[in-house]
Ligand binder design. Structure first.
Ligand code: DHB
Ligand code: FE
Length: 290
């Protein structure tokens, strides 16, 4: 059976892709940020997941404001990374796992999440940069990906409660898949940041740490915030926290935090990397209830 082994939560910023392309990871500005990924890479090297299910938001590349699903699941054989207007060189296309994608789609639709299904899909920095950070310089890619897009861009956005529930449904669908696969879940974006308007540059360190703490053992506490409250606390783009909440939902109840780095700023963003590992107790509980 497929098994979710843990989750990795990371910021996504186009400038990170540029730093990788220029090879400036050791420059003083970037070093603390890139160094934060070493423990996560060691963990991936040790556990070697087959597939990464990536909860992210599209920034106008694959979907634009004229047609924007609330939730969309990729079901393609590969996902092209394309430039969204930054003039950056795209990374190599990411291999997909259409069979797992369809299991997830069937599972979540049966759970009453009416997702958009994408048999062709381009992915932007929000999916490609975290994959490149976690599996750098690897062609062909050692993991297949299933991208799951959450609308964090245009009103009305799904609630934090709905995103957590979507993630839980995705987690159930993955663990009901009969193939022996190791799956890691990624949540990308955030943490607090605001790129425009009078609060451009806004960062809320205290709220970010509260979110990182609650993601470990009490993610449902984060669902008490309305989206207006989240924008107020985390900034207009800090609402990308919804991707993290959805990804956390897929991990189920029992996780341990193995690693966390919090670093300000990358671009106008409070950046973080968090590694949560699923505890064996979860398996025991599933066996009891299953
Ligand atoms: C930037 C873009 C993002 O999508 C994001 O989540 C954070 C920062 C940026 O352009 O700096
Ligand atoms: Fe973003």
């Amino acid at each position: 059976m497929a098994k979710i082994i843990g989750g990795l939560f990371t910021s996504h910023v186009p400038a990170i892709g540029n730093a990788i392309a220029k090879g400036v990871q050791q420059d003083p500005y970037w070093k603390p940020f890139f160094d934060g990924f070493a423990p996560a890479r060691r963990w991936l090297d040790e556990h070697k997941p087959d597939v990464a299910v990536v909860f992210y938001n599209d920034h106008g590349l694959n979907f634009f404001l004229d047609k924007l699903p609330t939730f969309a699941v990729g079901a393609a054989a590969h996902y092209e990374h394309a430039d969204e207007g930054w003039g950056l060189k795209p990374f190599e296309p990411l291999p997909g796992d259409p069979e797992l994608s369809w299991k997830i789609i069937e599972g979540v639709v049966a759970d009453e999440f009416d997702v958009t299904t994408c048999q062709e899909m381009q992915v932007d920095h929000a999916c490609a940069v975290p994959v490149e950070l976690l599996w750098p310089n690897t062609t062909p890619h050692p993991v297949r990906v299933v991208p799951i897009m959450v609308n964090t861009v245009q009103h009305p956005l799904p609630s934090a409660k709905r995103c957590l529930a979507l993630g839980q449904a995705v987690g159930r669908a993955i663990e009901a898949y009969e193939k022996d696969l190791k799956v890691v879940v990624l949540g990308t974006g955030g943490l607090s940041h605001q790129l425009d308007g009078t609060r451009a540059g806004y960062i809320n360190r205290e709220f970010d740490h509260l979110c990182l703490d609650r993601l470990i053992d009490k993610p449902e506490a984060l669902t008490r915030y309305s989206n207006v409250e989240l924008v107020d606390l985390a900034g207009t783009q800090g609402i990308e926290l919804l991707n993290w909440i959805a990804a956390r939902g897929a991990l189920g109840g029992n996780v341990s935090e193995l690693h966390r780095t919090y670093h300000i700023p990358i671009s106008n963003t409070a950046s973080a990397i968090q590694l949560l590992e699923n505890r064996p107790a979860r398996e025991a509980r599933l066996r009891r209830t299953g």
